[in-house]
Design a protein around this ligand. Structure first.
Ligand code: 13P
Length: 250
């Protein structure tokens, strides 16, 4: 009932020609995939070209961030309608790298989510604990706060559109994946918290896992009941490896 979503977060990688070349290659490799939604989130500069390249294919394009104001004197920022204008249907919000390096908080996450929804974008909202938090046994407390404060005050209709990504900070780019059981435990917890907030909408909410997802561990992760896809950094940068992720390791 929840269609899996495999999303590549390219972070600050690839020029426009590099990005277009990879999507061209990926398009033909996954042309027959219908039961998994495929999304690529490149840097802002490549959005428009990639959306054009992906037109008519089964690849969707998303941004990695946006600013909540609709327009104005905000040098260096990008508004939600500019993201849709570039051809996006999704946007990543609150990635841990934004929380760590750029001052993102649950409050700003909430503002960005609302702006994204108003513009017709589907937000992928990232949550996750640091290594220190996991070792201090506060993982669930941290995640609950990020979900409750970050994704608050939505209408029923809006709450049903959100995608949540669980990305333990200690697993990002480190080669240390959460075990499928560790991930499932947190995913089930996130669904429980979200159902307390928004009722039955939570059953349909896709919860992605992110953090060193690779072709050789994706199948085991995807077998878990509450893991509905992946948000992938490193392994999404090459067409051959992203193809394997979309096909759950095959
Ligand atoms: P890696 O897959 O490189 O660990 O990155 C995960 C991530 O941060 C995706 O948003």
């Amino acid at each position: 009932m929840r269609k899996p979503l495999m999303a590549g977060n390219w972070k600050m990688h690839k020029t426009i020609p590099e990005a277009v070349a990879m999507v061209k290659e990926l398009k033909s490799k996954i042309a027959d995939v219908k039961d998994v939604e495929v999304l690529i989130c490149p840097a802002f500069t490549a959005l428009y070209s990639l959306a054009n390249e992906a037109k008519g294919s089964n690849i969707k394009i998303g941004a990695q961030n946006l600013f909540w104001e609709p327009k104005g004197a905000f040098t260096g920022e990008i508004a939600a309608n500019m993201v849709t204008d570039a051809g996006c249907s999704y946007v990543i919000i609150g990635h841990s790298e934004r929380r760590q390096y750029f001052g993102e908080t649950d409050e700003t996450v909430n503002k960005r989510i609302k702006a994204a929804l108003n513009a017709g974008l589907i937000p992928i909202v990232c949550v996750g604990e640091t290594l220190n938090e996991r070792e201090s046994n506060v993982t669930f407390k941290v995640i609950e706060k990020q979900v409750r404060d970050g994704i608050k005050e939505l209408t029923a209709e809006e709450s049903a559109k959100i995608v949540i990504a669980y990305e333990p900070v200690w697993a990002i780019g480190t080669g240390k994946t959460a075990t499928p059981d560790q991930a499932q435990e947190v995913h089930a917890f996130i669904r429980k918290v979200y159902s307390e907030m928004y009722g039955s909408a939570a059953e349909g909410t896709r919860i992605l896992y992110g953090g060193s997802v690779k072709p050789d561990n994706v199948a085991e992760l995807m077998k878990k009941e509450d893991i509905d896809g992946g948000l992938v950094g490193g392994a999404s940068l090459e067409a051959a490896s992203f193809e394997k992720l979309v096909k759950f390791g095959k």
